[in-house]
Design a protein around this ligand. Structure first.
Ligand code: G4P
Length: 195
């Protein structure tokens, strides 16, 4: 997605060889025009999949997920990382380990909003090791619903998440794929293969 690539090139900051800081348009300040285009793009990718719900995890997944849900005309649900005061019973819970933060979070979704007839599109801002996406997929599968696809805004292809998810049988569509973050420079997968 050219608009997104351009934004990564102009505003992304490479930290070390692992992390891309994008807090001017995705992780802190959010660019609504870009998020709208991201939503349209995911809707186009998954339009044949009869999606009934879009599922993400708070907080940075919410913006791309709500725009995708708006385009698809379905509700969006975000898994909570922190215990909700009002959400105590009838919840779906999964543990998600973050390699980046070296901590485990319990993510929760109310049973009210998913059932076995749902075809769920999982959307998230970053894909690194895939732990968040696997946790969301396990939540969907707990109720017997189907993971119809996984839409990722920025995939770090040098980390194992995308490969692991594909090997597990999930369809993963990423809008930009990063091959390497080295010497302060972003290399995209497409640039490497001269596509
Ligand atoms: P994983 O789910 O793919 O295994 O990823 P990991 O545990 O490594 O990532 C934990 C958090 O760090 C996630 O955000 C993820 O989006 C974010 N993250 C991973 N790699 C990068 C990166 O290169 N750049 C940035 N900016 N973020 C990265 P989170 O803790 O859920 O944060 P938020 O959604 O509340 O903002």
């Amino acid at each position: 997605m050219k608009l997104l690539k351009d934004k990564v090139m102009s505003e992304g900051i490479v930290l070390g060889n692992q992390v891309l800081k994008v807090d001017s348009f995705l992780n802190h300040q959010m660019d609504p025009v870009l998020m709208k285009e991201v939503g349209k793009e995911f809707a186009r990718h998954f339009e044949g999949e009869q999606i009934t719900k879009v599922l993400t995890i708070e907080s940075s997944g919410i913006a791309p997920a709500i725009m995708t849900a708006l385009e698809l005309g379905v509700p969006m649900i975000f898994a909570r990382k922190n215990k909700s005061l009002t959400l105590k019973e009838n919840i779906l819970v999964e543990k998600v380990y973050s390699f980046t933060k070296q901590e485990t979070n319990e993510i929760t979704v109310s049973k009210k909003f998913l059932d076995e007839n749902d075809r769920v599109l999982i959307v998230d801002d970053f894909l690194a090791n895939g732990e968040a996406a696997f946790g969301l997929a396990r939540i969907v599968e707990q109720v017997g619903a189907k993971v119809a696809g996984i839409g990722i805004v920025i995939e770090k292809s040098f980390q194992p998440g995308a490969r692991r998810l594909k090997e597990a049988g999930y369809r993963v569509d990423s809008l930009v794929r990063i091959a390497a973050l080295e010497n302060g420079t972003v290399t995209f997968v497409d640039d490497q293969t001269n596509e």
